[in-house]
Design a protein around this ligand. Structure first.
Ligand code: UD1
Ligand code: UDP
Length: 394
């Protein structure tokens, strides 16, 4: 089974790593499928700084990309268009059984559009998420990618429900998490009538956290390097287009960080750096410490030891939940509604006063049920794809 994996942005390296690891495992010591799988990684180049790309390939042991398209730093249309053109020629040459795309970036959509036009089956990992905010480029990317995909691997029950609301009907087991032992039969049962296939396998970011949090705990010295102590600092990230490129929103958020008056570690995304540098705010004499983006292991260490997390990132909202750290989301809505419903995440928008007040009040003692699978999402995906292929349904 030949798979072409298309990734390009930081969160996609992390989301794809557990699948690549499961492929490697199967190649060396797997079951009857041993040796019959081949994954080729295409890096679109969307993220390209060493601390936004290389560090993740090294730390998470992701296969070296067979192709790096080096397409970045331009408008949505140009970026997506150039990616489609390059990916199309790669797919025509490689002719894989599946194209795998992750999440909701321009690289995701470009991969899906290139593949669907060549009739190559598409797997969308992290399918079904919705913010219902069509002004977010990510929302458009994920809605369109779901429309192109043949196999929609959802991370949560809510994601399956979202697809059901849009008229998709072929979800398996009412959208509840699929058990490992059910996969083969499910793939056989659903037959050719089920197209596309919608299945809740759990979240590959949760797989990644389970695989790497302990390694991070043992290896990382970032707290010592920054001279900070567990639970005595907050962690912040911002990179959403509507928070960075809108001076009013950025000013409100940064003013709140200053007013919070507690140490805030702030790894600054390259997009954000440009705009932070343009403000007149005196962050240097505040307790906000701007640092360059950090690698995954350092980030996991910073997250698990922080008192609370302020972010507009999708992945970080979830990681806060995995670690039982309260999260304040600097947006007006979230795709990860379960984190809000369980009381671990508060969506506050960008109002300075509200950010400051919520940060002071946060205390989290609520239960934290498992909502993102059992850490075996990637292995379930492979098993399902194999069983499906054997039935020659694709
Ligand atoms: C992209 C994704 C977003 C995702 C985020 C993860 C889209 C539409 N957006 O947003 O969904 O949450 O990645 O971080 O696909 N830059 C650098 N060095 C880098 C990477 C980016 O300097 O290594 C600069 C680019 O030159 C560009 C800006 O950052 O000017 C934005 O990069 P881009 O990839 O367009 O969007 P992100 O904001 O990173
Ligand atoms: N991350 C990281 N270093 C950083 C910031 C984020 O390793 O300096 C990781 C973070 O732990 C999470 C992922 O990047 O796994 C989230 O990516 P990002 O916030 O860029 O994108 P989003 O999830 O919003 O799409």
């Amino acid at each position: 089974m030949k798979i072409v994996t298309i990734i390009g942005a930081r969160p996609q390296f992390i989301k794809s790593a557990p699948f690549s690891k499961a492929v490697q495992k199967l190649k060396s010591n797997g079951d009857e499928n041993k040796g019959t799988i081949n994954e080729l990684v295409v890096h679109t180049g969307q993220h390209f700084d060493a601390n936004m790309s290389d560090v993740f390939f090294e730390e998470l042991n992701i296969p070296k990309p067979a192709y790096n398209l080096q397409i970045n730093s331009t408008s949505h249309g140009i970026m997506t268009g150039r990616m489609i053109e390059s990916i199309e020629s790669i797919l025509m040459k490689e002719m894989p059984d599946w194209v795998m795309v992750y999440g909701d970036t321009n690289s995701t959509l470009a991969g899906a559009l290139a593949a669907v036009k060549l009739n190559i089956p598409i797997v969308h990992v992290e399918a079904g998420l919705r913010s219902y905010n069509r002004k977010m480029p990510e929302e458009i990317n994920r809605v369109l990618t779901d429309q192109c995909a043949d196999c929609l691997f959802c991370p949560t029950r809510q994601a399956v429900k979202n697809l059901e609301r849009e008229g998709f009907s072929n979800f398996i087991k009412d959208g509840s998490l699929v058990e490992f032992s059910d996969l083969r039969n499910l793939a056989l049962e659903i037959g050719a009538t089920h197209h596309p296939v919608i299945i809740n396998v759990g979240d590959t970011m949760y797989d990644a956290v389970l695989q790497f949090a302990e390694i991070a705990r043992k290896k990382c010295r970032i707290l010592d390097q920054l001279e900070i102590h567990p639970r005595q600092y907050l962690l912040a990230t911002i990179h959403r287009q509507y928070n960075t490129d809108c001076p009013a929103n950025l000013l409100e958020i940064l003013s709140a960080f200053i007013e919070i008056d507690e140490p805030i570690i702030f790894p600054v995304h390259p997009r954000t750096k440009k705009y932070v540098d343009m403000t007149n705010l005196d962050l240097k004499s505040s307790k906000v410490r701007c640092i360059p983006p950090v690698g995954y292991l350092d980030m996991l260490t910073l997250e698990q030891n922080s008192k609370s997390i302020l972010t507009d990132s999708g992945g970080i909202q979830k990681e806060a939940y995995f670690f039982g750290v309260p999260c304040i989301t600097l947006r007006t809505e979230t795709e990860w509604v379960e984190t809000v419903e369980t009381g671990w995440n508060v969506v506050v928008g960008t109002d300075r006063k509200r950010i400051v007040e919520t940060t002071k009040k946060l205390k989290m003692e609520n239960p934290r049920p498992d909502m993102y699978g059992d850490g075996k999402a990637a292995e379930k995906m492979i098993k399902f794809l194999f069983a499906f292929k054997k039935r020659k349904l694709v």
